[in-house]
Design a protein around this ligand. Sequence first.
Ligand code: PGA
Length: 256
Amino acid sequence: MKSYIVGNWKLNFAVGEASIYLHKIQKKLPNYRDVAVVIAPSFLALQPLSLQIDRHKMKLAAQNAFYRDYGAYTGEVSFSQLRGLVDYCIIGHSERRYLFHEDDKMIAKKVEAAIRNKITPILCIGETESERAFGETADVIRDQLLGGLSEVSEEDVANVIVAYEPVWAISSAKSAKLASPDDVAEVVKLIRDTIGEVYGKETGENIVVMFGGSVNPSNAGAYLTVPGVNGLLVGSSSLILSEFTDIIDIAKRVRA
Ligand code: PGA
């Protein structure tokens, strides 16, 4: 199975800087058939980068979008406007959930709108540090997973990518800690089992599940070999050329 390395650039890089950085990545990156490399720059950079990107090597993702196609929604960008420009969209990232108050209902509408516009949603789910401390991890994961998929038809669930990102492991968290491969294995199994129970065993086995949270070249191999993990969502390490390309190399070697 293919693996996925997604670089979430968050709010970094002016358009010119993004373009130079993409140029450098493409120069360094061979064409890997079995690793899907995806970068998620800010909205402003998507259009120029879409003209520059070598689609045999990499694909573009948006970091967010709004579920209505058009109308009185000042400041928003719709999935229909992104159609053809990006192949993927990150949806429900914990920064969207906690800083911008997106709930499962809104996230579900976004997942549906992405699929309707032929954009693969990367649905992010993950528990906070206190939810984990109170033993609520499994409930939070099930609620966010089934909540986020609630507007999607059964057959379309297979086209969603799920990214498990424990909020406490994201590098920008106040006291970020590394998730152990065992922590990741347990939740990834729960994700697959939950999907399997609700949408059928085959979908549970085949759905793409990624991990994210302080991924860097020294831990990428360990996370990629966790059973059931198909890829990595990389934040801060994706902003450093050598680290991002090293992670892609590691993914290539793990799959070989
Ligand atoms: P990080 O970010 O790799 O910097 O922890 C991951 C993310 O927020 O997607």
